[in-house]
Design a protein around this ligand. Structure first.
Ligand SMILES: Cc1cc2nc3c(=O)[nH]c(=O)nc-3n(C[C@H](O)[C@H](O)[C@H](O)COP(=O)(O)OP(=O)(O)OC[C@H]3O[C@@H](n4cnc5c(N)ncnc54)[C@H](O)[C@@H]3O)c2cc1C
Length: 422
């Protein structure tokens, strides 16, 4: 008599850096024979967010549907190219809630589904800190659609000025001097030059400004910040440090100094990159307010509330040192996804779980054109070779999720498009 063993239901929420790593590593070990695996994401593509700034600033002589598709494909890869759907069920659906007491999920289209094991990797979203007018009068850059919107909107903006024959001062602002804000501002400098040429607009009338609340940029020290300031200044960027965005209206930003004084600056277009928070579904379902809305995990990356739930990437609050959370970066999400897959396999064999030992992330920050900064934590390097290193990191990542020729084609495609305006 053949005894059929019931497979345990494993659901992975989010096909981002952590979620894709979990599924691919499980499949390498044929875990679909042990688990009934379902992957849920509201999108059917996996996105490399580290290059969204390039999508937002890639220059097109004429914007067509084909060029938007080409641009999208530089950072978005269809999930069907990454995962064998014969082995894993994929649900393109939106997660509305997680109830760990009944082990059930609420999905927008599918309704309620139950799980035995759950992996939560739903990433993060933009935090507007309740700043009046900010959400309504700014663009954000979390998804491919957001990045394309920035690109098309700026093109349309200068086209309209050209059609009306207007030649006034225009102010393009970026809020937030973290990695995303700095890399976007630096690349916008080149993009705006291309748009000025395309629509015969005097470059001298275009003002690009970066606004940051603290004294430093990208969490660098004074020396590192000065290096970045110098580069931004050469690119024609006006950087405002120690100025918080207090409120935003259609054409004006009110800035607040540390001493409480305020100043208004004109703004025609604002991208907000200054705030990130854990996905709201996670915050509401299982997050802890004291842990920036993330789920506190034990050393094996299991939720402290429920050992059948693993958490990875931006959603996990992993205590590092004295209650210091790990940074919300792709490198950590990738490392955690790999460990969650290993621990799920070990659970299925009744083996002891492995502790998460984070490798310190290195920060590679593009600073416009083929020039970038590398912060190892101990030293800072800048130059063209750092930019090449950044492209290499992209290629290595593409190789880790795609077969060699597809990874190479993706790398060549994105590098060609991203360097067109350098
Ligand atoms: C513009 C930008 C630039 C960045 N640059 C870098 C960089 O250079 N280096 C670096 O290390 N990190 C970078 N990061 C951070 C990095 O992208 C994140 O830390 C990383 O993506 C986190 O991985 P994750 O798996 O937790 O979430 P994600 O990769 O964000 O994946 C979350 C997934 O969940 C899905 N999802 C979300 N909500 C729902 C829902 N309700 N229902 C269904 N599906 C849902 C999303 O569609 C997404 O596919 C950048 C982030 C941004 C926004």
């Amino acid at each position: 008599m053949v005894v059929k063993i019931e497979k345990r239901k494993l659901i992975i929420l989010g096909a981002g850096f952590a979620g894709i790593r979990v599924v691919q590593d499980l499949l390498k070990k044929n875990a679909n024979q042990i688990f009934d695996i379902t992957l849920v994401d509201r999108r059917d593509t996996h996105v490399f967010q580290g290059d969204l700034y390039e999508v937002a600033t890639a220059f097109n002589k004429k914007i067509t549907n084909q060029c938007l598709t080409d641009l999208r494909e530089t950072v978005a890869t269809p999930i069907k190219d990454l995962i064998d759907f014969k082995k894993v069920k994929f649900l393109k659906d939106e997660v509305l809630g997680i109830d760990h007491t009944t082990k059930k999920l609420r999905l927008k289209k599918t309704g309620s589904i139950s799980y035995d094991y759950l992996v939560v990797a739903l990433g993060s979203e933009t935090n507007y800190f309740d700043i009046p007018g900010l959400k309504d009068h700014s663009f954000d850059m979390k998804t491919v659609e957001d990045a394309l919107k920035i690109n098309c909107h700026l093109d349309q903006f200068f086209r309209e000025l050209w059609e009306k024959g207007e030649e006034r001062d225009v102010y393009i602002s970026v809020g937030g001097g973290g990695a995303t804000g700095v890399e976007l501002t630096a690349e916008l400098a080149t993009f705006l030059r291309c748009l000025a040429k395309k629509y015969h607009y005097p470059m001298g009338k275009i003002h690009l400004q970066l606004i940051e609340g603290s004294k430093i940029l990208i969490s660098l020290d004074k020396k590192g910040t000065d290096l970045v300031l110098n580069r931004l200044s050469k690119l024609g960027v006006n950087t405002f440090l120690e100025r918080y965005i207090d409120s935003v209206s259609k054409n004006e930003i009110t800035l607040r100094f540390p001493d409480g004084k305020k100043e208004n600056i004109p703004s025609d277009f604002l991208v907000w990159t200054g705030g990130v928070m854990v996905n709201r579904i996670v915050q509401d379902s299982l997050g802890s307010k004291s842990k920036r809305g993330a789920m506190k995990v034990n050393p094996y990356l299991q939720s402290e509330h429920d050992k059948n739930i693993f958490v990875a990437g931006d959603n996990a609050f992993f205590q590092w040192g004295s209650d210091r959370p790990l940074p919300m970066v792709a490198q950590i999400a990738y490392q955690q996804g790999a460990l969650v897959a290993r621990n799920l396999l070990r659970i299925s064999c009744g083996e002891a779980l492995i502790r998460f030992e984070p490798k310190s992330p290195m920060y590679l920050i593009p600073l416009g054109g083929k020039y970038a900064l590398l912060n190892t934590g101990k030293r800072i390097f800048v130059g063209r070779w750092v930019w090449l290193l950044k492209r290499w990191v992209y290629f290595k990542y593409a190789l880790s999720i795609l077969p060699f020729w597809k990874a190479l084609a993706k790398f060549a495609h994105s590098t060609r498009i991203f360097t067109e305006n350098d």
